[in-house]
Design a protein around this ligand. Sequence first.
Ligand SMILES: *Cc1c(COP(=O)(O)O)cnc(C)c1O
Length: 385
Amino acid sequence: MGADAGTGPSAAKGPGDGTRAVRAGLPEPVKHEPTLPGPVFAAHFHLPGDPTGPYTYGRDENPTWTLLERAIGELEAPGGGAETLVFASGMAAISAVLFSQLRTGDAVVLPNDGYQALPLVREQLAAYGIEVRTAPTAGDAQLDVLDGARLLWLETPSNPGLDVCDVRRLADAAHARGALVAVDNTLATPLGQRPLDLGADFSVASGTKQLTGHGDLLLGYVTCLDAERAAAVRRWRKIVGAIPGPMEAWLAHRSLATLQLRVDRQNANALALAEALRGHPDVTGLRYPGLPDDPSYKVAERQMRRFGCVVSFALPSRARADRFLEALRFVDDATSFGGVRSTAERRGRWGGDAVPEGFIRFSAGAEDGEDLVADVLRALDETAD
Ligand SMILES: *Cc1c(COP(=O)(O)O)cnc(C)c1O
């Protein structure tokens, strides 16, 4: 990985990722208090006199969010100075940035190969008189449609195609034209990539996936360096009320302690799986940004610190893909990704993505790598035509 992409501790860089993850967002120790205070269930807080913060009403603020927001901020922007806001889901966070920053008459550039709900967002933006331009993620094609745009939205690596774009190069080009830049950092997690360090104005993600990693909650967040832009996002959250429950926020914070363990194990399993599938006669279109011969590798190696837990590939037919998924023992046939239990699905069943019928999106879990690879190879063998 790139020269400044180290993940371990050093005197110059401060503590390593594992140390930062286990301590992220913890309050200063107070005698007889827990290390991570439990969830605060409150619709309102005692508030005599003038209504001043920090805690007034549960749609605006909650102490459990505050700790989680601090934790995510420490991971996304270790240098400090950023503000993080948590949301009920990744889509709530994405919508908060787009709808708080864009006005009628503005132009926005979105990926045409991004998360499957983006086309719905696109329709809604257009309905509000916002011009939507689209570009593929690979090859920095966004450069051709940037003139006059107000906001450039990137998703890298893209889901499910795993293409990668050069965030630094695109952010420089966008800023030179007066456009803001937001990056969907869901697939990489802040341990895999730090969009703000690469020049983006917003790092936005679904915390539903590998960030929390247990497949038991939905969450989203926005991290942003500029206080005024953050205030607009905060105002949007208050208007729409797309807030996480205290229990979800607390579970998410608890899960962050194992983020580095999970990410390193799962990503190693993804790489092992990709290597095992590379030579398989029934597999085509294999993609993993961490494979040195992958089209994404060159840029990914420069800007990412870890390559993710998702591998995608195609089997010869829809029927074969269905049989393969059915034959897996340690892998659940389920959507979403990033969980400690491996999941895989035939992505074409949703209809939204431009993928072949036999396309599989595979999310490597935290099982023993040998078991996982053996299970996949056995399922491929058993279901061969
Ligand atoms: C899942 C996902 C989202 C949406 O997140 P939710 O938490 O499901 O709302 C957005 N972007 C990407 C890349 C995703 O994978």
